[in-house]
Design a protein around this ligand. Structure first.
Ligand SMILES: C[S@@+](CC[C@H](N)C(=O)[O-])C[C@H]1O[C@@H](n2cnc3c(N)ncnc32)[C@H](O)[C@@H]1O
Length: 232
């Protein structure tokens, strides 16, 4: 699967106009509660500086900004970022949310800039997970926490089979019809099924200098939520 930044950035540019609508339809609006759980885990305090990696259209970042954090979002896709900024403006949050167009594997931030970091449905797209985790480790302050929400596969074999059918047939058809881009919604299935299982990802996190504070499956394993803390 080609995860070069130029390819991924262009892919999200293409689907940006219908991204929010399709999220709501394909997740039956459950994605909002899952994102809320991911930000709550960080216990963000007013005035904290928080990094939202792969910020997309801002649905993880904006609630954190409402809660009083100064959020910086980074993303490859200009079209996704323009939508995020539009929402921030509508919600009067432009002073607490700023964005940078760039690659999360090589971020233009100084060491130890952020109190905490978060990512929702973005880590799956990273070209090199070890490099990505090392980069988050670098920009987090001492004992800084990172919450990660990502799709996963159900533990129960029956549910996994049903979910596999949904990912293989329903998602590309619904996603393709609404966005006009069938390939991207086929990529969604491949990127979910090809992503490391939680145990493998946790091992990687530990190798990159993080302590796993929490790791739990969400909705029978369709998603997984991690909270990790920078050691050293
Ligand atoms: C599925 S969207 C998630 C957006 C948002 N976090 C959310 O919860 O809706 C994935 C986003 O990750 C961005 N992305 C993928 N790889 C990236 C990378 N290497 N660096 C920065 N952003 C990346 C894409 O451009 C896209 O906007």
């Amino acid at each position: 699967m080609d995860k070069r930044p130029s390819i991924i950035g262009r892919m999200f540019d293409r689907i940006a106009p219908t991204y929010d609508l399709l999220n709501t339809i394909l997740s039956l609006s459950l994605d909002r509660a899952w994102r809320r759980a991911a930000t709550n885990l960080l216990e963000i305090r007013t005035g904290d500086t928080v990094l939202d990696v792969a910020t997309g259209t801002g649905d993880l970042a904006l609630p954190a900004a409402i809660g009083g954090a100064n959020v910086i979002g980074i993303d490859l896709s200009r079209q996704m970022l323009l939508r995020a900024l539009g929402k921030a403006r509508e919600q009067g949050l432009r002073t607490r949310y700023s964005v940078v167009q760039g690659d999360a594997l090589s971020m233009p931030f100084r060491d130890e800039t952020f109190n905490s970091a978060m990512v929702a449905f973005g880590i799956r797209n990273m070209n090199n997970l070890e490099v990505f985790l090392a980069e988050i480790h670098r920009v987090l302050s001492s004992s800084g926490r990172f919450s990660i929400l990502e799709f996963s596969l159900p533990e129960s074999s029956l549910f996994r089979w049903i979910y596999g059918v949904y990912l293989t047939y329903a998602v590309p058809i619904i996603g393709g019809l609404i966005s006009g881009d069938y390939d991207t919604y086929r990529y969604l299935r491949d990127s979910v099924t090809g992503f490391p299982v939680p145990k493998a990802l946790e091992d990687m996190m530990k190798r990159q200098g993080f302590r796993v504070v929490r790791s739990r499956s969400v909705f029978g394993g369709i998603s997984h939520l991690y909270l990790i803390e920078k050691e050293g």
